[in-house]
Design a protein around this ligand. Sequence first.
Ligand code: KMH
Ligand code: ZN
Length: 276
Amino acid sequence: MTTTLITVAPTGAESRKSDVPALPVTLAELVTTARECAAVGASVIHVHLRDDKAEPTLDLGRLKEAVAALRAETGLIVQLSSGGAVTDPEEDRLRVLDAEPDMASCTMGTVNFGDDVFLNRWGFIVDLHTRMQERAIVPEYEIFDLGQLAALQRLLDRHGLPYGGHVHLDLVMGVPGGMPGTVPALAACLQAMRDLPEGATFSATGIGRSTLPVLLTSLAAGGHLRVGMEDTITYAKGQPVESNAQLVARAAGFARLAQRPPMPVADARELLGIRH
Ligand code: KMH
Ligand code: ZN
């Protein structure tokens, strides 16, 4: 039976703890969330950290501590965000790799991000990709817009396959400034993905109110899922998300209904080519 890889993105860099009290911001909260999400079907965790004031941070010491704690306390595949917050400089974002995660994100182009700009120069993308190849870190290519799939194809043509040889990407849909979280947009991405190396896999996540349409469309299209409070803080109209596990459990339920139950972590490691 085919299965569904579920990634949880529990925190992000955008929501404030004061606005979203359920957001995990301390290491203890992150580890508890990770355990709960693993228990209901997640196999990968996409990590953004916060400092003592609950502000986004790329502090290397904290990143190393989080990788160690998540490895010790959960079996999850640990994916660190190299995207950080829109204000983070490139050198800090590259330094994330020094924390030696299993995976790291690699966004495939610059995109307007609400009122901000999420800057991803070509030279920076190449640096991230090649440093991950050298350090045996598996990338998850983040795709915010259709043209970024062409950029991914160009990257692979010029600089080779990622560590592990498998290409996995995540469609981040519904960011104001990026592609919308709609069926036609996801269908256009599917078409563009035909040019990628055989066997390439994708997950998709819809920001805000596009969460459920994107989740259902991705499942129907044979894709995998990313959910979490980085992307969605409203469970249903007027109902705030209570926990990340609530979102993972809902995604796992839909995946079971689709006859593609959550993928066990060992299978996810195998699929993604994570070093053992
Ligand atoms: N926080 C966004 C500016 C990633 O994690 O790689 C970037 C982001 C993507 O979340
Ligand atoms: Zn992120």
